[in-house]
Write a protein that binds this ligand. Structure first.
Ligand code: ADE
Length: 235
């Protein structure tokens, strides 16, 4: 018998931020930690501050045009991005911003096929627009609301992408059965006991009949999608 072993390259994610500590915990536990320990993903968090200008390592300044609020300056951003790009080439340089393309499961799937990406977190009012015009290749929003910075959005994107890398989840099919993977929400799930107080697990799940169970799960997935996310069924 021939055994084929899949060789998976490590995905590398470099996150640029003014608040590196904010990312330590979300990326240091559970599946994120396991993926990194197994060498399937490498996530590096880079502090923008050392790239700041002058003795004070200045990274932000007032905007031209008189609008209130500080802006991350073009030069420190340019320098930190260049220092990363000197080491390797990147498939995407992504800026997290509320006016970016809305993040969804198909986008997470696409990003999980890439080798090296940079996630740039904005802060204060945002970043000097010249970085967006000349260096950024993709802009992502995680929802139509404004966060205080891009760090939590970067953590969301990293988590959604890394868990899809082959070998990260112990049962590879479990990422495929997630909500959204087939354009549907996942069916309800239950564990033991089969009855708690008067709350019973649906009979069909106890039937031991895989065909019946699958049919029930598919029907539930469609029903829940119709009810909770009807727009997923458009087209
Ligand atoms: N930065 C601030 N708000 C954001 C959002 N909704 N998505 C991505 N980055 C952000």
């Amino acid at each position: 018998m021939v055994f084929l072993q899949m060789i998976h390259a490590t995905m590398r994610i470099d996150i640029i931020t003014v608040l590196p500590d904010l990312l330590v915990s979300p990326l240091g536990h559970s599946i994120m930690q396991r993926a990194q320990n197994k060498g399937l993903a490498k996530v590096f968090v880079h502090d923008l501050r050392p790239f700041g200008k002058g003795n004070y390592r200045q990274i932000d300044d007032y905007g031209f045009g008189g609008d209130a609020g500080m802006i991350l300056m073009v030069e420190p951003l340019y320098n930190i991005i260049s220092s990363l790009q000197r080491e390797r080439s990147y498939d995407e340089l992504i800026y997290l911003t509320p006016d970016g393309e809305l993040f969804d499961q198909p986008m997470a799937n696409r990003l999980s096929c890439l080798q090296n990406i940079i996630l740039l977190c904005g802060h204060y009012k945002g970043i000097d627009h010249r970085i967006r015009e000349h260096l950024i290749t993709k802009e992502i929003s995680i929802g139509d609301y404004v966060l205080s910075g891009g760090e939590l959005a970067a953590a969301v994107v990293t988590d959604a992408v890394v868990r899809l890398l082959p070998g990260v989840l112990s049962d590879e099919t479990s990422a495929l059965s997630d909500s959204f993977q087939d354009g549907l929400l996942a069916p309800p799930i239950y564990s033991r006991p089969a009855q708690f107080r008067e709350w019973k697990v649906p009979e069909v799940l106890l039937s031991g009949n895989p065909k019946l169970i699958k049919a029930w799960q598919e029907e539930q997935a469609v029903e829940r999608t119709k009810k909770l996310r009807p727009r997923l069924l458009d087209g």
